[in-house]
Ligand binder design. Sequence first.
Ligand code: 5GP
Ligand code: ZN
Length: 141
Amino acid sequence: MSDCLFCKIVEGSIPSTKVFEDEHVLAFMDIMPLTKGHTLLIPKKHHENIYDMSSEEAAQIFSVVPKIAESLKTTFQSVGLNILNNNGAPAGQSVFHFHIHLIPRYDQTDGFKAIWHTKEKQYTSEMFAEYAEQIRMNLNK
Ligand code: 5GP
Ligand code: ZN
């Protein structure tokens, strides 16, 4: 896509600091890292988000995650890692070319608060059962 920032990074018309590349994927340093070592992993082919990808394409990119995760851990002696993927503006996606964030973690005050577990019980077990049934029904549509 001609007006896509990450496609331009793949083409090389916008520079990036690459950490890994193969036929299908590219990993490079995030320009505004949330923690030291924050890396982005993208498919070279333009996909807006996960809804735009086949299971094979998704498997291909996720298969590279453990390799980069291990290298980040070795490089930075990080003690944790958040693997994050935002799909759609309400989920926080700002660049509309699929990407996986790999965010090394050092401690709970390293600047990134990833998970917000609710303390309130908003859903009943009947609601969970109903939701699960609907999700199961829609799995193969
Ligand atoms: P999103 O909010 O879409 O999940 O994440 C987009 C990410 O892309 C952000 O973490 C942002 O810092 C990063 N980003 C935006 N523009 C550039 C750029 O030109 N180069 C690099 N390397 N990262 C970028
Ligand atoms: Zn793109």
